[in-house]
Design a binder for this molecule. Sequence first.
Ligand code: FES
Length: 192
Amino acid sequence: MTDLTYDNKLHLKNIVPPEAIAEVDHWISKYPAERKRPPIMAALKVVQQHNGNYLTDEMMQAVAEYLDVPHIAVYEVATFYTLFHLNKVGKHVISVCNNISCTLRGANQILQHLQNRLNIKVGETTEDGLYTIQTVECMAACGGAPMLEVNKVYYENLTEEKVDQILSEIAQIELNQSTEDKGESNSPDSKE
Ligand code: FES
């Protein structure tokens, strides 16, 4: 694990922008002052979002200091939930459930298809930095097994065709985004 000696340079305010601090403060304000641990999860989500979808040791330390909780309390949350990433990941993290119901209903085949399509293995990220595949425990959608989650959307009753469709939708979103970005950079305003 990390050196837990706190370095003042790692103050959360030096790590994330003011709007992120405001968001963390908002979550803190929802709980009585003596209840310091409940906002950990929300604070980590905010910080992760402002760091390209992953957390560093320094960030977790900074969150602990900011919330005035033991460092270990933050590590426990960050390492327990698969929504937190402790290494750099792709822009779209595809979480495939491999728990019992999903496995019995063909999760392995879905996973294999996904790996073939993206040409990466579980835990890897595509070279363009767009996709990471991970496996996760039950996501409480067993009735729709096999399932996966990506970009906060659950996709259930998966088939290989459905996986292809999901990937096409994401690719289309990426295409629209890059067209928009190009449009903005070519606009007269951007040349001022
Ligand atoms: S086993 Fe996959 S959602 Fe429950």
